[in-house]
Design a protein around this ligand. Structure first.
Ligand code: DGY
Length: 342
């Protein structure tokens, strides 16, 4: 549908952003909006046809764009691997994204996945849904898995992170009441280590230690390992067979960042052969093309949800608002609330 509010700046919006956010855009007479009319990822052909002459575009993770008249690409996501950043920088475009507003929602879901994977949630739900509960009456050790919280007999819990940015730290904060004792993390080698910040975090959360170590040590030591690092070529398959073989047989792997960080075949093998206990997965390489024959879908100890870490009513509205605000500021002048430093 074409909404000619004004003919000044054509803006392509790859998904209706809902009744709270569309009025922000529609209320700007300087913008001529072209909005993908369907409730599914927009067709590439539609996008390429409509991007001609556009000054700005609001994209989702599912959209790849180019367009010579563009001034701004505003993505409704914190990750921007789907944007050709070099091309955007070379052409002097602005790139907007949506950090911060989704931190809590993603941290919440990361903890949920850790619990689901550790406590055999996927297997348990499937048993009930298939009407098989009678075959699995309560049994002393039925459905048991490793406990996330500490116990008197098991007073140490080490939580590991690959990537230790805002979302990882919000996840750490949520785990404190479980009695975790140690936090280990590996970070992008280009980011400066900060033992002072680590000591402050340890003190704030009453942990025995918060320590930056190499990725092998994170794998070896962690009871739960959260992958919360950006995608892209620098992190491609950092979780591979070699790393998975270093993990404990009772450990849990959670990925709520990008599917490309994990070699799915290696993870399926690790689960099948018991190198690790379970996995909680929000993102899969090649998504959404993940069929019932996918090696991870076939693994009962892999709990998979379809990239929903930020999917709360509140957070998605905030992300859409931020994406609209970024676009409006970039085109009509003013400070973009969240601009990627290219
Ligand atoms: C993002 O914003 O990059 C998240 O993956 C969306 O859920």
């Amino acid at each position: 549908r074409k909404e000619t509010v004004s003919t000044r700046y054509k803006v392509v919006v790859c998904r209706d952003l809902g009744p709270d956010v569309m009025p922000l855009l529609r209320g700007k007479p300087e913008l001529e909006l072209v909005v993908w009319p369907e409730d599914r990822a927009c067709d590439r052909r539609w996008l390429l046809e409509n991007i001609h002459g556009a000054a700005g575009v609001i994209v989702m993770l599912t959209d790849k764009v180019s367009g010579s008249s563009l001034q701004v690409v505003s993505t409704m996501s914190v990750g921007y691997e789907h944007v050709d950043v070099n091309a955007v920088a070379k052409r002097g475009l602005k790139l907007g994204y949506t950090p911060d507003v989704l931190t809590d929602a993603v941290a919440d879901l990361s903890v949920m996945l850790a619990l689901m994977a550790g406590r055999n949630g996927g297997i348990g739900i499937s048993v009930v849904q298939k009407g098989q509960w009678t075959e699995y009456p309560w049994a002393p050790f039925g459905f048991c898995g490793p406990q996330l919280s500490t116990t008197a007999a098991s007073p140490t819990r080490k939580i590991g992170f690959i990537g230790f940015g805002r979302i990882a730290q919000a996840t750490l904060a949520r785990l404190v009441p479980f009695g975790i004792t140690h936090c280990l993390y590996s970070s992008n080698p280009s980011s400066a280590p900060s033992s002072e910040r680590d000591a402050q975090l340890a003190q704030k959360y009453n942990l025995q230690s918060v320590k930056r170590v190499d990725i092998d040590e994170v794998a070896r030591e962690s009871d739960v390992l959260f992958i919360l690092a950006p995608g892209g070529s620098g992190t491609y398959h950092v979780v591979n067979e070699t790393l998975l073989r270093k993990m404990k047989p009772t450990s849990i792997l959670v990925n709520a960042s990008r599917g490309t960080l994990v070699d799915s075949d290696a993870l399926a093998k690790a689960l099948r052969e018991g190198w690790i206990w379970g996995a909680g997965i929000d993102v899969v390489e090649g998504e959404p093309q993940v069929s019932v024959d996918h090696p991870l879908v076939k693994e009962p100890k892999c709990v998979i949800v379809p990239h929903i870490a930020s999917a709360t009513l509140e957070t998605r509205r905030d992300m859409a608002t931020r994406a609209a605000q970024n676009l409006i500021a970039a085109i009509l002048g003013g400070q973009m609330p969240a601009q990627v430093d290219l």
